[in-house]
Design a protein around this ligand. Structure first.
Ligand code: DC
Length: 212
């Protein structure tokens, strides 16, 4: 079974993906980390994230062993990831890795922006997570502070809105809900309640499939 979770920055899709995968004993891939790793490779090399040729080259040379690096989670890398992810050549280079990950048994949960629309259009379950931008900024700020980053919530909100705008309006694989996605608004849900809502969606899809 493949579960696709998409949604905007800081919507809670990553945490939900991880918890959902643990619940079903599936593998989990936070695909944002892949674009973040490309961005970090460029920054580490002193290159500009808007340098398309270098971004595409970095995407081809990516080392999945480095996806766990804590520096990938910073705001600056997230912003640069949004820039590199708009390049078609970068997305193309990362497609096979994501599809192979999804296809391996016993099942997988992938979260990102285009999982239900481009990477796994035939996913068994598609969930599109949304949350009020103010709530997302609050959560991201607390998360960054817990890592020791000194952040201003108003700046985080402005970043989130800018990133939403860029991710939604890029010509290639823009952030949008697939036609058959279930929208889950987690503005007012804590992690546990969000997980329960997602499990209810998955279970309903399993029952629906039995009756097809
Ligand atoms: O989910 P995140 O904040 O870690 O993602 C960082 C950036 O990567 C995001 O702004 C857009 C890009 N991204 C993407 O284009 N497609 C994905 N499937 C996941 C992330």
């Amino acid at each position: 079974m493949i579960i696709a979770i998409d949604g905007p920055a800081a919507s809670g899709k990553g945490t939900l993906g991880k918890r959902l995968a643990a619940h079903y004993h599936f593998r989990h891939l936070d695909t944002g980390v892949i674009y973040r790793a490309v961005a970090k490779a460029l920054i580490d090399a002193g290159a500009d994230p808007s340098d398309e040729a270098r971004a595409v080259a970095a995407a081809h040379e990516l080392d999945p062993e480095k996806f766990g690096h804590p520096a990938l989670k910073t705001r600056a890398i997230g912003e640069a990831a949004s820039v590199v992810s708009a390049f078609p050549g970068v997305r193309e280079a990362l497609l096979t890795f994501q599809r192979q990950f999804a296809a391996e048994p016993p099942g997988a949960v992938l979260d990102g922006r285009d999982i239900g629309t481009v990477i796994c259009p035939n996913a068994d379950v598609k969930i599109f997570v949304v949350a009020d931008p103010v709530v997302r900024a609050r959560r991201r700020t607390l998360e960054a502070r817990s890592r020791g980053e000194d952040v201003d919530e108003a700046v985080v909100l402005a970043d989130i809105l800018k990133r939403d705008e860029r991710d939604r309006n890029r010509p290639v694989a823009p952030l949008r809900a697939a036609a058959d996605a279930h929208v889950l608004d987690n503005s007012n849900l804590d992690i546990e309640a969000g997980l329960m809502a997602a499990i209810a969606i998955v279970e309903a899809m399993k029952v629906a499939r039995l009756h097809k």
